[in-house]
Write a protein that binds this ligand. Structure first.
Ligand SMILES: [Zn+2]
Ligand SMILES: [Zn+2]
Length: 155
């Protein structure tokens, strides 16, 4: 595994997450929640395992969307409002106890960050946004065996 570290930070710098190595997945998502959360028309996020997280600073406020998306706690900076990362709940049994974090790729402000490997919820996609080269668009959330983390032990 690469030993390179990267730090995602909110706008004011209080809320950060530093991770080591390469992301498990990089996902472009066009869903209504990502649009409202970011204020942009899509979100690019990446997944890291808890054992890749080397540091966190700041105390985030947690927002859980509720019934529509009960398994994700979004952590945002109460001072500047950036959502830097989120924690998936419920994957631990599939990951032999590992936790999975999502991080908003924009918060790294790193143009060398790997490009998306999945394009999802394209039914919400604005018509001027093009397909990503080599990626199949998924109109909704793909089947779990498509999106599953590499460490997952599928039934
Ligand atoms: Zn902040
Ligand atoms: Zn989304």
């Amino acid at each position: 595994m690469s030993s390179e570290t990267r730090t995602a930070s909110c706008c004011c710098g209080e809320l950060t997450m530093t991770v080591r190595g390469e992301p498990e997945k990089v996902i472009r998502c066009h869903c209504d929640y990502c649009q409202r959360r970011t204020g942009s028309v899509f979100n690019v996020s990446c997944w890291y395992y808890d054992d890749q997280v080397v540091a966190r600073t700041g105390t985030g406020t947690i927002f859980n969307q509720g019934p529509q998306n009960p398994g994700i706690d979004y952590v945002f900076c109460p001072r500047c409002g950036s959502t830097v990362y989120w924690e998936f709940r419920g994957f631990e049994p599939l990951l032999e106890g590992s936790k999975l974090f999502g991080i908003a790729v924009g918060n790294f402000v790193d143009a060398s960050f790997p490009a998306p490997t999945l394009d999802i919820h394209t039914s919400y996609r604005h018509p001027w946004i093009h397909d990503l080269a080599g990626l199949e668009p998924h109109p909704g959330f793909p089947a779990f065996d498509v999106i599953a983390p590499a460490r997952a032990k599928l039934p």
